[in-house]
Structures are given as C-alpha cells and as structure tokens.
Write a protein that binds this ligand. Sequence first.
Ligand code: PDD
Length: 276
Amino acid sequence: STILYNDQFVPRKEGKVDIEDRGYQFGDGIYEVFRVYHGKVFLMEWHLDRLQRSIKELYLTLPYPIQQIEKNIYALIEKNSLIEGTVYLQITRGATSRNHLFPTNTNPVLIAYTTHLKREEAVVKDGIKVSLLDDIRWLRCDIKTLNLLGNVLNKEKAHQEGSSEAIQHRGDIVTEGCTSNVFIVKEGVLITHQADHFILNGITRMYVLELATKLGIKIEERQYTINECLQADEVFITSTGAEVTPVIQIKDHLINQGKPGPITKQLFSEFENEIK
Ligand code: PDD
C-alpha cells in the first residue's frame, strides 16, 4: 500500500523512522485516527480541529498547512482504494541528537497510512464485558499524544481478564476507557465525564452528545463515581472504532441484566442512520 510521508506518497516499505526521532524516543508527538465510511472521512473537520489543538498544546508546528494535510488524506484514501476503514496520522517533533529539550530547528515528521476495517455488527449489538482499573496515566489525557503506555498496560490487563476494554478511574471517579469514552444512563439522564484534562474529548463522544441533544435526552457532563457506574441503568462506550458499544458487564457485575439498554440502542441506531 501507499503511505504519506511528510508531503510525499511512497510505498509502505519506504516509510523509515530515524532512530533518533523524538516520537520514537520520547513519545513526543500526536496522532489522530479517522474513520472512513463509503470512501469518505466521517467528521473530518472535528478531527482536524482536535489535531490542531494537540499540536498547539505540545508547542509543535504543522509541517505544512492543514488544508494540504486534508487534501493529502483524501489522496491517500483514493490511492489505496479505501472504502471502509481508518486513516492513522501522526506528527512527531522530528529527529535530532537525543536531548530532552526541544530542538531549535524543528522539522516535524508526518506519516499517515490506511487500514481496511469492517464494522463489527455483533459486538455493537450484543455489548461487551469490561474491567475496572486504576487510571495510571499522566494529567494531560486531553491531548492525543503518542505516549500511550498507561492505556496500553490497562488494555492488556483487561484483555488478560477476559474483557475487551477497561473502565478507568482516579480514586472514586470514573474517567474513561483505555481507548474510548464512557457514558452511563440513570433514570433517563445521560451522564459522561466533562471534557477536562482527565479525559480525551472523543470525537464520537461529542457526536453522541449532539445526537442526544437532538433526541431530547437530558445530558449531564460531570464527574461520576464507580458506584454510580455500577448502579447505572445502562453503560456504553464510544470511539472511532467502537462507535456506540453497549457495556453489559463490569467485572462480574451485570448492567441491565446483561442486555443493551433502550437509550444506548436509540443512540446507536441514530448513529447508524448518520453513517449509512
Ligand atoms: N482512541 N479516549 C481515549 C483514551 C482514546 O484513545 C480514544 C480513541 C477515545 C475516543 O476518541 P474518538 O471518539 O475520537 O475516537 C477516548 C483511538 C481510536 C485509538 O487510539 O486508536
């Protein structure tokens, strides 16, 4: 397949990383995962906005204008005949001799590639089991950085416990999943952690909040406890990959008797209408 390397389209095997690239040594960079449905990027502008925010928060610079990045993403999709799948894009601070300090002349490195991916109907309909784990990440989870070790360790631990995701918490407060945002429903009210430094403000999270508003569902963006989560009528996660996925079990505790709840289903079917 073809990848994007800075502003060049090159074969996959020519995408080489310098051994002193700061993304590789320090995780000093940011990324985005875009979803492609029917050959089109879903919520492109939202992802590009978040990309620019991540860049700004890390004092990085774009290698070239965002409009050109957008064009190149579409060109890449075209070159790889991608109909259903994802585009992974990352920008690192580039390569210089190893030093924690920012290099004076930054040459950011941008790479992007595509992956074919089919929607997982069964998982989305039946729901998933999740673990409940201590959120061990740093305090700027709002930036979509390459530093994902906290997420990686918890995702692996969840997998070893037979779960497909972990709901993470700081003390008593539920933050988010390892690769998703977490929503709960209690007495018809949709509750999710507010967008602050403790969570990544997911594009799917924002989109689902917009759908919920449209449907007249009451929303509370606030902190909620582990207990509220376990006692919730419904729980679901959102992400670019998982879309709206019901959570039917947290550790050995069933949610809604192990079945996806009505508001989750309503939001999921509304979401599906928009992407079809
Ligand atoms: N992960 N929170 C975290 C920690 C995430 O890693 C993700 C997404 C989300 C959901 O964000 P969005 O709705 O924008 O996908 C929330 C991506 C998909 C990944 O790392 O692969």
